[in-house]
Design a protein. Structure first.
Length: 266
């Protein structure tokens, strides 16, 4: 029996990266899984791999996070399948690789629609079920870009900053209902995130950033997230030495500004 045995865990962005790694980590701990992403074929691949490891309780639920009107219907489908939702992992999102001056407002809106409004809509669809049961955990995969901006990330950083404001407020409001919120701030994690980042013309970046390629494995990030849930942590940082930048900004903002401007724009 694993630490999450019998728990129903819904993971968005489960077709790759941190989401896929989380699916494997929760699988090892005996959870019932709901896997969502846009690419159904990739979800089926992940499901097949999980079944090989012995988990027969995997429900595929394709979704486009930008379709916020579908959130309630999707949540109802999960309830019909499993009768409950114990943990919602808001992991899906879009990154960005374009300078602010070159980026049309429609791209800013698209990134905000997926990363912020899509996440908020799905959370609002799931929240009544958790509050009614007085039990639940909402996980939000933000970024260290939710703590400070960076080159080529203006809309992405804005969307992650917005998540912090929303979910820190929500955490206070639902504390009395025994529903917990944990915000995860990954740094450099080795995933395909940069490949699918949007450029100024709305096309995918289709390049692996050197820093991302050299990041810590997604599986290591997933294991840290599970530990955070078990410990009841409210905010965690996962990554390498880049995480120090968060503390430098907090305590030495002038020094931070000088250091961050010297970083490579990629």
């Amino acid at each position: 029996m694993g630490k999450f045995a019998g728990k129903v865990v819904w993971i968005t962005g489960a077709s790759s990266g941190i989401g896929e790694a989380l699916a494997h980590s929760f699988c090892k701990e005996g959870a019932h899984l709901v896997l969502s992403a846009r690419r159904q074929t990739e979800l089926e691949r992940v499901k097949s791999e999980l079944k090989l490891s012995g988990n027969q309780s995997v429900f595929i639920l394709p979704m486009d996070l930008s379709d916020t009107l579908a959130s309630k219907k999707l949540a109802d489908e999960v309830i019909r399948e499993f009768g409950q939702i114990d943990i919602l992992v808001n992991n899906a999102g879009l990154s960005q690789r374009s300078y602010t001056i070159d980026t049309p407002l429609e791209i800013d809106r698209k990134i905000m629609e997926v990363n912020f409004f899509g996440t908020v809509a799905l959370t609002k669809a799931v929240l009544p079920y958790m509050v009614q049961r007085k039990k639940g955990h909402i996980i939000v995969i933000s970024s260290i870009s939710g703590k400070f901006g960076f080159y080529l990330r203006s809309a992405y950083a804005a969307s992650k900053h917005a998540l912090h404001g929303f979910f820190e407020s929500l955490r206070m409001e639902i504390y009395k209902n025994n529903v917990h919120v944990m915000i995860v701030c990954p740094g450099k994690i080795s995933t395909s995130l940069s490949l699918y980042a949007l450029t100024a013309d709305g096309q995918v970046h289709n390049k692996m950033d050197d820093a991302i390629a050299a990041g810590i494995p997604a599986g290591q990030c997933a294991e840290r997230i599970l530990k955070g849930i078990i410990r009841g942590e409210e905010e965690i940082f996962v990554g390498g030495k880049e995480i120090r930048a968060v503390w430098i900004k907090r305590f030495f903002p002038g020094l931070f500004s000088k250091l961050i401007r010297k970083q490579k724009a990629e």
